[in-house]
Design a protein around this ligand. Structure first.
Ligand code: ATP
Ligand code: NCN
Length: 189
């Protein structure tokens, strides 16, 4: 049987506990073998805090997943210039790893946004989508998306960036390692 790998694509600026909980919940409930976090190079549809480098986002992600043998990082988008379209990524990954059965995990905001994704009709035929609930967003869609229920977490990277900027605590919203990097490198200040 093919190995079942869940891809959690994101900007991870910074990675927060919401990302980790989703990944663990989907791993268990969808009975996957492994989760690979897929940091994008350039987010296709949004501006993010560009004072934080790709390298810093990657180091925070490495710190966030440390210690979980079922979590890894897929770096394929970091090697590609331009917006990180998922169509290009899935095409490259399925060609590279024909022995892996990939699923692509998305939260409610991305489920709502699916109609605007690049080559979405082709993409839904190429990869299995798994959607999770996210407060303030719907998970209803006409696209083929398997729904996995997770605890509702109103946590976002933007909330964390804004909290740091306003001198409010982000303790427990990110792992200790991510917290340390944000403080030591004075990110989002
Ligand atoms: N709290 C959450 N609940 C459910 N899904 C989430 C949550 N946070 C992030 N996700 C999902 O994780 C993936 C990656 O998210 P991303 O790295 O863009 O973080 P974000 O918190 O949405 O960032 P930002 O606030 O900067 O837009 C997306 O599919 C997103 O929907
Ligand atoms: O391919 C697209 O058109 C597309 C549009 C929006 C988002 N995505 C992907 O969805 C994932 C979550 O995006 P984001 O912006 O919430 O970090 C990430 O892997 C993005 O590359 C992909």
């Amino acid at each position: 049987m093919k190995k079942k790998v869940g891809l959690l694509g994101g900007t991870f600026n910074p990675p927060h506990v919401g990302h980790l909980v989703i990944a663990q919940q989907v791993l268990d409930k969808a009975q996957l073998d492994e989760i690979r976090f897929l940091p994008n190079h350039v987010p296709p549809h949004k501006k993010t805090d560009e004072t934080v480098s790709v390298e810093q986002r990657l180091r925070m992600l490495e710190g966030a997943i440390k210690g979980n043998p079922k979590f890894a990082i897929e770096r394929i988008e970091l090697q590609r210039e331009g917006p990180s379209y998922t169509y290009d990524t899935i095409k490259a990954l399925t060609e590279r790893d024909p022995e892996i059965d990939y699923s692509f995990i998305i939260g409610g905001d991305m489920i709502e946004y699916l109609p605007k994704w690049s080559r979405i009709d082709e993409l839904t035929g190429m990869v299995h989508f798994i959607g999770v609930n996210r407060p303030s967003y719907s998970h209803e869609t006409s696209y083929k998306v398997q729904f996995v229920e997770v605890p509702d977490m109103a946590i976002s990277s933007s909330f964390i960036r804004e909290s740091v900027n306003k001198n409010r605590s982000i303790r427990y919203l990110v792992t200790d390692e991510v917290y340390r990097i944000i403080k030591e490198e004075k990110l989002y200040g």
